[in-house]
Design a protein around this ligand. Structure first.
Ligand code: OKV
Ligand code: MN
Length: 249
């Protein structure tokens, strides 16, 4: 089918094998037959640098993405707040194209803007400062110049601090701000926006435009979470659960 698929926030990690299995199943059964696949951030729980490519789970993920891109699907990547260190080596191995943080494209006659969504959580001042720092190429060059084990230890320390601060709780209340969303629509002239990050899957109507929010993936939760958005050849936009069932609008 001439359709484009969109996913985000899988947070793939060895500790949650069911999520990887659901992802591989999605790639084989659905993405392989699509025209385009957009990965909109936080595919990984964290990415410490492209030299971590030989990790067994990373190898499995790369091979699975490769099968999709080798089948002729155009696979696109937008970085999330956990995997912004993905670079050209990973992209080449997986056969995907790295996109800038905000990307506008025409799909079946509609102007669609895709993004992760973290940059629009503008009320989280501390995170916005952290983001401004770690998104600088110079900062990233210095960081990846450190040994991989040291980078992993730094990230583990950040995760531990975030847990201690009950950071999980404080950013659970964070969402995109209406002004940041209006700014994206104004800057891009898009009719449709698709993003993830907030773990608040929904369809919102904003000044006559639509904003689709992707779910995070947790197939073993009750109820299971996860799924994708599809745009078919006629421009019809549908939301799907992990079983592929359409979520009613
Ligand atoms: C996750 C959020 C903490 C929001 C850091 C490279 C760096 C990954 C990381 C560190 C933080 C995720 C992985 C966490 C989400 C927060 C605070 C707010 C808004 C690097 C790769 F910087 F070292 F290069 N991170 N963690 N927040 O503690 O799980 O979502 S986290
Ligand atoms: Mn995110």
């Amino acid at each position: 089918q001439a359709c484009a698929l969109f996913i985000s926030d899988l947070h793939l990690q060895p500790a949650h094998p069911a999520t990887s299995e659901a992802f591989f199943d999605f790639l084989e059964r659905h993405a392989r037959r699509a025209q385009q696949l957009y990965l909109l951030g936080d595919l990984f729980e964290y990415w410490a640098g492209d030299d971590d490519i030989s990790d067994p789970l990373h190898q499995q993920i790369i091979a699975a993405l490769r099968r999709v891109s080798d089948a002729g699907v155009a696979v696109y990547w937008i970085a999330g707040n956990r995997d912004f260190l993905v670079g050209p080596q990973f992209a080449a191995a997986a056969g995907l194209t790295l996109l800038p943080e905000t990307f506008v494209t025409d799909i079946a006659g509609q102007r669609v803007v895709v993004l992760h969504g973290d940059a629009q959580c503008t009320e989280d001042i501390k995170y916005m400062e952290f983001r401004a720092m770690v998104r600088q190429p110079a900062w990233q060059q210095q960081f990846v110049a450190m040994p991989l084990a040291q980078r992993k230890a730094i990230i583990a320390g950040m995760r531990e601090n975030s847990r201690k601060d009950q950071g999980d709780k404080s950013y659970e209340i964070m969402d995109v701000t209406p002004q940041a969303i209006r700014d994206v629509f104004a800057a891009t002239g898009a009719d449709v926006m698709i993003h993830g990050h907030t773990h608040r899957p929904a369809l919102h109507h904003v000044d006559g435009k639509r904003r689709y929010v992707l779910p995070d993936w947790e197939p073993e939760a009750t109820p299971p979470r996860g799924g994708w958005i599809a745009i078919d050849g006629h421009g019809a936009i549908t939301r799907h659960d992990l079983g592929g069932n359409v979520i009613p609008a």
